[in-house]
Write a protein that binds this ligand. Structure first.
Ligand SMILES: [Mg+2]
Length: 100
């Protein structure tokens, strides 16, 4: 743990990780357009992985678990962004700019 960073810089670093994860997902899976329920199951799986790492940390206090928890949080956030993008392309595609 280094010196405390300014909040904006720290946030930008995490947002950048989410963007990089979105790029990785698109490269691996291509454009994904799913039903809301399928998206929730995908996000639920990622959320479950976050829970697992938090649980493991509570038993071991191993900081590697916190790094893994952070990685899972980024993956979960990226899946939420992917769902939001998908909803724009599908169920919300006919909305005007003003309606969005
Ligand atoms: Mg994961």
């Amino acid at each position: 743990m280094g010196q405390k960073k300014k909040v904006g810089i720290e946030m930008n670093e995490q947002i950048e990780k989410v963007i990089n994860e979105r790029k990785r997902q698109d490269k691996k899976w291509g454009e994904q357009n799913h039903s809301p329920l399928l998206w929730l199951s995908i996000i639920g799986e990622e959320f479950g992985e976050m829970c697992k790492e938090a649980n493991e940390y509570s038993f071991s206090s191993d900081l590697k678990r916190i790094q893994d928890l952070q990685t899972e949080a980024i993956q979960c956030a990226a899946c939420c962004v992917a769902m939001a993008e998908s909803l724009d392309r599908t169920l919300l595609k006919d909305l005007t700019e003003e309606e969005r």
